[in-house]
Each structure stands twice: as C-alpha cells, then as structure tokens.
Design a protein around this ligand. Structure first.
Ligand SMILES: [Zn+2]
Length: 87
C-alpha cells in the first residue's frame, strides 16, 4: 500500500521526539504542537510517495548541520510560543 507523506512533517516530529525537551518552552502537548506548526510553516514542505511504514526508517540520524538548523528553527518557534502560550 503506497501512501503520500509529508516528509518535512515526519522530520520535524522525529526531531522533536529527540530534542524538544531541550527547547526553552513549556513541554505540554499544546505547546509542543504549536512549536511543530510554526516550524512547519517556516520549512519547505517535501511530499513523497512511500510504502506504508517505510519512511521512518529512512529518516535515520540527523546530520550535524541539519540538526543545528532545526535547533535554530525550534528555538525561534519556542520564543513565539512563549510570548503567547495557548495552553
Ligand atoms: Zn504549554
């Protein structure tokens, strides 16, 4: 079964699973999802067709530069959420 996936969204979720606890922001579900939404709005979206369940394995480890970029974007998003938390 093929499925259409937003690869950027999977990358952001994968990233947040590992590094959201480092963000200087409330860690409740609402704030986490707001951070994810802001990150996604600031990243180029990349859609892929993949076999069901196959994508996660492709995500693998973040290369260091990629991680730095995501940390920067996450911190910008965390600041926005901190200024106007919705929880
Ligand atoms: Zn919160």
């Amino acid at each position: 079964m093929k499925q259409l996936r937003n690869f950027t969204e999977d990358q952001v979720n994968h990233f947040l699973n590992r590094w959201f606890m480092d963000a200087n922001v409330c860690h409740c579900d609402t704030c986490r999802m707001d951070v994810a939404a802001i990150m996604l709005n600031n990243l180029e979206q990349k859609y892929v067709v993949t076999d069901e369940g196959a994508l996660y394995a492709q995500l693998g480890e973040f290369d260091p530069q990629h991680k730095v970029d995501f940390v920067t974007i996450m911190n910008q998003a965390a600041k926005i959420v901190n200024d106007a938390p919705r929880h």
